[in-house]
Design a binder for this molecule. Sequence first.
Ligand SMILES: *[C@@H]1O[C@H](CO)[C@@H](O)[C@H](O)[C@H]1NC(C)=O
Ligand SMILES: *[C@@H]1O[C@H](CO)[C@@H](O)[C@H](O)[C@H]1NC(C)=O
Ligand SMILES: *[C@@H]1O[C@H](CO)[C@@H](O)[C@H](O)[C@H]1NC(C)=O
Ligand SMILES: *[C@@H]1O[C@H](CO)[C@@H](O)[C@H](O)[C@H]1NC(C)=O
Ligand SMILES: *[C@@H]1O[C@H](CO)[C@@H](O)[C@H](O)[C@H]1NC(C)=O
Ligand SMILES: *[C@@H]1O[C@H](CO)[C@@H](O)[C@H](O)[C@H]1NC(C)=O
Ligand SMILES: CC(=O)N[C@H]1CO[C@H](CO)[C@@H](O)[C@@H]1O
Length: 397
Amino acid sequence: MSRRPFAIYTVGALCALLLVCGIGLILGQVFRTLMHNRLKKEIVLVEGSRVFESWKRPPPPVFMEYFFFNVTNVDEILKGAKPIVTQVGPYTYREYRYKDNVTMVENGTMVSAYNTKSFVFLLEKSVGDPTVDNITTVNIPAWAAMNKAKISFFRSSMLNMWMNSLRTGLFTTRTVHELLWGYEDSLLVKISTTNREVEKDFGLMIKKNGSNDGEFVFHTGEQNYLDYGRVKTWKGQRQLTFWSTNESNSIAGSDGSAFHPLLNKDERIYIFTPDLCRTIYMDFEKDVVVKGIPAYRFTPPSSVLASKEENPANEGFCVTSNECLGTGVLKVSPCRKGAPVVASFPHFYLGEDKYIDAIGGMSPQREHHQTFLDLNPTTGIIVLSALRLNKTISFHR
Ligand SMILES: *[C@@H]1O[C@H](CO)[C@@H](O)[C@H](O)[C@H]1NC(C)=O
Ligand SMILES: *[C@@H]1O[C@H](CO)[C@@H](O)[C@H](O)[C@H]1NC(C)=O
Ligand SMILES: *[C@@H]1O[C@H](CO)[C@@H](O)[C@H](O)[C@H]1NC(C)=O
Ligand SMILES: *[C@@H]1O[C@H](CO)[C@@H](O)[C@H](O)[C@H]1NC(C)=O
Ligand SMILES: *[C@@H]1O[C@H](CO)[C@@H](O)[C@H](O)[C@H]1NC(C)=O
Ligand SMILES: *[C@@H]1O[C@H](CO)[C@@H](O)[C@H](O)[C@H]1NC(C)=O
Ligand SMILES: CC(=O)N[C@H]1CO[C@H](CO)[C@@H](O)[C@@H]1O
């Protein structure tokens, strides 16, 4: 009789313990689901949501660093030597991005916006004054004209004479500011007198200050959190027209400013960038902690810029078969009015040795030249990013 209450008490305690455990387990599960549902509801692109304002005006500063390859042996190259270049840089600009004319479209299920960017030079983060420093580099307008004239020897020798008479060679010396933001090119001035479509000015970033890439329409993520920030159309189109296959022409993923919450290590992240005229992708690489915030680091695998032999999916990026380049480079001519501009990861990181060898002074290094994106896996918020890409001019010898 004296033992019974004790046994009941023990069993009772055990039951209570089990109950507490059970409640704890259930609560944990319920809490996670609740939190995830809340995240899915709050991370949407609609007026009044927590992320909408920061999506319109991203608070973290974006810095663009420009490096140039200063050609030091022009006379020797013209006699057939291998180009020797020294890297000059960085010239750093703070990029201010904001979304312009943000409007809800299609009954509030989509949001339309323009990505406006402007650039302000930062002397303290740069090696020199861009309006003073002179860089000797390939004369892109001349190479573009040569490329177009290549078809006929007669015309290209005419062009040579013509260029000599204008004293514009295949190389040019310009200040950093001119190369980036534009200068009047004497060859282009000459061409523009007969062809009104040709612009007189040339620059890698010409007219990019204070302008936008065209209209984007984004999914808000309200219907499906996986669609948060996904580009639906760009300039009114669901597909690009620059490349030769549907796969290459696809517009997938976001514009790089928003990623859906609850990221998975197995997923591939797609980013559409008008600067490259295509969609690129990144895979999970490792867990990192940035300023105490846990993040997944995503990096582009080498298949992104692989040759069509290594990755048949890339076949569409060579518009004609003789324009097929090897691994590590992308010819962006189709969306640059035919100018022979090639994009690569800086210093041909992930590129074939033949590109690295073709130009002296190149040394790919993972930590300096890798492109990456650190995203907080729960919220999808960008913790740190280094989107590094380099524009180079293709040499055909
Ligand atoms: C680029 O090289 C030329 C000589 O080839 C030199 O005069 C010039 O100062 C260099 N530019 C910079 C910014 O270092
Ligand atoms: C934004 O809207 C205004 C007024 O409708 C228009 O004048 C302006 O061109 C638009 N901006 C862009 C980038 O389209
Ligand atoms: C918007 O909603 C109305 C009424 O629900 C519908 O008739 C119309 O087709 C919708 N428009 C679009 C673009 O979805
Ligand atoms: C870009 O425009 C802004 C404002 O219009 C100006 O302050 C800035 O200096 C410009 N940047 C360059 C590189 O010209
Ligand atoms: C850059 O070239 C211009 C024109 O040739 C010249 O006036 C200027 O002094 C050069 N700058 C430097 C730093 O050599
Ligand atoms: C590309 O897509 C369009 C429309 O979706 C289709 O008509 C066409 O057959 C496709 N082309 C190829 C090569 O798959
Ligand atoms: C001229 C040019 O496009 N330079 C690129 C070279 O690489 C840096 C980063 O390493 C880029 O920021 C520049 O855009």
